[in-house]
Design a protein around this ligand. Structure first.
Ligand code: NAD
Length: 477
């Protein structure tokens, strides 16, 4: 039984959840404690007290703690990657890659803890000094989704701790294994003061809701769906808490006539289907210029046919299973909807039977779609991409931006003019030229616009904006 960590101790939950392997639903990964609202409250109270101690630690102590955590994560990359792939369903190389990213994030923020500078400004008044400093916010509530079970927790927990905040971490119900393993490393290798870090696994409606409503939680950072994010955002606004929301995407990848066809296919395959398409930055809309459309679609189908969909831990698997039955139902629903709306299921989209019972779906390509269709306006979050034909570059840009979302976008082109223009005009937080819309560096700012994101950016030096409070002090010497 994997317990929660509250006030410096491992404690039982009120119920128990089973963690199942989506590649083999007979494989039970383990039992995980599930807390209720009262236990979440205990964790918040512990964090409130713990922050007073952790906030007093030196920058070097915090840096060292994060460095030790990062070292252990990197040392155990293979074992943790295996656990991650087993519970989430991404392939083993993807799982190990995500663990490495998590380790590197801790290393990066170990440095950031020491680099948190301030400013001294000249005053408009004689003899007065103006100082701008950054302080911890206090208790930070961290609510994460299932699709990146270790990287997203890492890129929220590391900066929170680096800058002296205490953490109450509530991972996604579906994938508690990686979150628990990460927490165990943080607790042991970090050697943090009691209450500085708390793990509270359990349902969003109870644990997450308690975090969102508690007066002692000064800041909430959330990654997940638009619906849940908006509700949390409103709750936080009402009580004056700081909130950062990273939500869905409907990311366009534009392919122009002058693109390198082979490269464009690789970029689209990676962005649309790797990690089983379960990435907020995945390319779900392929906007293809008329002159290259037919060749691109044919080359995509050919490449898709060679992709191996199988058990996430099997050598040679390109695409693992969908993460859950609910997500599989959603994917199938949207494939059907796309065709009902007038699209053509050009390739894939079939349930597959493998040696072990799991949620296997072949990647789906739906052609002949229009940008206004629901398949192109609503997030599917699976290995499903649709193709929209554009008569020219102008129409492609206009359709790329015609969405409620604005997380990531991409273009495949050999034209400097179009690449430059697209970077300027794309209404997305992240723009990619000849690289997949998904897959970002851990030291660069991450986030989107419109319905995709709310609040300041995550990751890199930009993370300090959310995890610190700015103070301006005036002194007449
Ligand atoms: P979700 O919104 O269902 O759940 C996210 C988290 O919120 C979970 O921990 C859940 O338990 C919790 N939660 C649920 N109800 C809650 C409530 N009432 N109060 C507080 N917390 C609550 O999302 P999901 O299905 O886990 O993840 C998939 C979604 O995440 C997709 O929409 C995807 O685009 C998005 N996502 C976004 C990013 C990004 O950075 N923009 C990254 C990864 C995933």
């Amino acid at each position: 039984m994997h317990k929660n960590f509250i006030a410096g101790a491992w404690v039982e939950g009120v119920t128990v959840g089973l963690n199942l392997n989506p590649s083999d639903t007979n494989d039970v990964i383990g039992e995980y404690a599930r807390a209720d609202a009262a236990q979440a409250e205990q964790a918040i109270n512990a964090a409130f007290e713990g922050q007073k101690r952790w906030g007093q630690s030196t920058a070097e102590q915090r840096s060292d703690a994060l460095d030790r955590i990062g070292t252990e994560i990197l040392d155990r990359r293979d074992e943790l990657g295996l656990l991650l792939s087993r519970e989430e369903g991404k392939t083993l190389p993807e799982g190990v890659g995500e663990v490495v990213r998590a380790g590197r994030v801790f290393k990066f923020f170990a440095g950031e803890a020491l680099r948190l500078g301030g400013e001294k400004l000249p005053s408009i008044r004689a003899g007065v000094d103006v100082e701008v400093t950054r302080e911890p916010e206090g208790v930070v509530g961290i609510i994460t989704p299932w699709n990146f079970p270790i990287a997203i927790p890492a890129w929220k927990i590391a900066p929170a701790l680096a800058f002296g905040n205490a953490v109450v971490f509530k991972p996604a119900d579906l994938v508690p294994g990686s979150a628990w393993a990460l927490s165990e490393i943080i607790v042991r290798a970090g050697q943090l003061p009691e209450g500085a870090f708390n793990l509270v696994m359990g349902p969003g409606s109870k644990v997450g809701q308690t975090l969102a409503t508690s007066r002692k939680v000064r800041a909430i950072t959330f990654t997940g769906s638009v619906q849940t994010g908006r509700a949390i955002g409103i709750t936080c606004m009402e009580r004056g808490a700081k909130v950062q929301l990273e939500m869905g995407g409907k990311n366009p990848l534009v392919i122009l006539n002058d693109a390198d066809l082979e490269q464009a296919v690789l970029v689209a395959i990676n962005g649309s289907f790797f990690s089983t398409g379960q990435r907020c930055t995945g390319s779900s809309r392929l906007i293809v210029e008329d002159g290259i459309h037919d060749a691109f679609v044919a080359a995509m189908a050919q490449r898709m046919a060679s992709l191996k969909v199988d058990h996430a831990l099997k050598a040679g698997t390109d695409i693992g299973p969908v993460a859950s039955q609910d997500q599989l139902d959603q994917d199938l629903h949207y494939i059907e909807l796309g065709t009902k709306e007038g699209g053509r299921l050009f390739a894939g989209g079939e349930l597959l039977v493998r040696e072990t019972p799991g949620f296997y779906l072949s990647p789906a390509l739906i052609t002949e779609t229009q940008n206004h269709m629901r398949i192109n306006q609503e997030e599917v979050f699976g290995p499903v991409a649709s193709v929209i034909r554009a008569k020219d570059y102008e129409e492609a840009v206009s359709m790329a931006n015609d969405t409620d979302f604005g997380l990531s976008s991409g273009i495949c082109t050999t034209s400097l003019k179009h690449a430059t223009d697209f970077k300027r005009r794309s209404a997305a937080g992240m723009v990619m030229v000849n690289v997949p819309t998904a897959g970002v560096d851990y030291h660069a700012p991450f986030g989107g616009r419109k319905a995709s994101s709310h609040g300041s950016r995550e990751q890199g030096t930009y993370a300090r904006e959310f995890y610190t409070a700015v103070k301006t002090a005036y002194t007449l010497a």
